[in-house]
Design a protein around this ligand. Structure first.
Ligand code: ATR
Length: 274
């Protein structure tokens, strides 16, 4: 059943801009957070093809902020007035703050990954196997690098993997050559294991050892095949919901200046996923 919101001329508008956006969990998470802290704000989903006119719309209509998702995280950069240094280095944004018509871009995915992992382990000098070299890998990889982790990039395609490793100043290894070695943390940033191909895993279960911390950024399903195998091997596991919630927490706090109700946000997301 839909809950009725109080909406009037003072209501502040936020939204997620992507394509497709019908599966986005951001509206449910942010609207629940606004309601919890008593803000007269609302968050909608915008299915957008032309990012440039959507951003002009943010200025024109006075949205206070927006989340930017696939496929606009990189292209949006060229239409902003300012870009945070970290987002610049990552090469992608997922958050826009509108300061009186001045649009600033940030990347809170890196913060989300760091917060999710540091709830279970430290990162300084840890040997991390970063699986994947796409946009998500860039945000997660730089986030962990800035926390002092020692990263190796593993990717199916050599060229993309080498490019990301070079940008981060770390080593690359083809995914096919992944060995147990001495990784202390394994992070899957690929879509392998995501619904509907839920049986797939980016690495063989035999490569997992119980001392490892294994994180999957996929949250659909919540328990990916990789996380199931990791649990079975005795590893510490971190699921994709934590990263998703914490990237949202950082957005909420940037937009509102209010401490985000993390528990409420996580509960809202889990209710949809379960
Ligand atoms: P995103 O921006 O969400 O990270 P992306 O840029 O399309 O998405 O990146 C997807 C990542 O998942 C890439 O690292 C991709 O590997 P390739 O560079 O080899 O394409 C990885 N990926 C997707 N499907 C894969 C599969 N079946 N096996 C291994 N890696 C896969």
């Amino acid at each position: 059943m839909l809950k009725r919101f109080h909406i009037d001329t003072e209501t502040v508008l936020y939204g997620v801009i992507g394509r497709p956006v019908s599966h986005s969990l951001s509206p449910v998470m942010h609207n629940r957070a606004f309601a919890k802290v008593g803000l007269n704000s609302i968050y909608l989903a915008f299915d957008v093809t032309d990012i440039s006119s959507a951003l002009a719309g943010i200025r024109g209509l006075g949205l206070k902020g927006a989340s930017i998702t696939i496929p606009h995280k990189v292209t949006a950069l060229s239409f902003l007035d300012e870009i945070d240094g970290k987002a610049q280095q990552i090469g992608a944004i997922n958050t826009i703050v509108n300061h009186q018509g001045n649009l600033r871009g940030y990347n809170s995915d890196c913060y989300g990954a760091v917060k999710a992992l540091t709830a279970k382990t430290t990162l300084w000098e840890k040997k991390v196997a970063l699986i994947g070299a796409g946009g998500a890998a860039r945000a997660v990889g730089f986030g962990l690098l800035w926390e002092g982790a020692r990263i190796t990039v593993f990717n199916r395609s050599i060229k993309e993997g080498e490019n990301l490793a070079k940008d981060m100043g770390v080593n690359f290894c083809p995914l096919a050559e992944f060995a147990q070695d001495s990784h202390q943390i394994i992070v899957n940033t690929t879509s392998v294991g995501m619904s509907p191909n839920t049986q797939a895993m980016p690495i063989a279960p035999s490569l997992l050892a119980k001392e490892m911390v294994v994180m999957d950024i996929v949250y659909n399903p919540l328990r990916t095949e990789l996380l199931r195998a990791a649990k079975k091997a005795g590893c510490t596991t971190v699921d994709g919901v934590d990263m998703f919630v914490y990237q949202g927490v950082a957005q909420f706090e940037k937009w509102t200046g209010i401490k985000a109700p993390v528990k409420v946000m996580r509960k809202a997301v889990l209710e949809v996923l379960q």
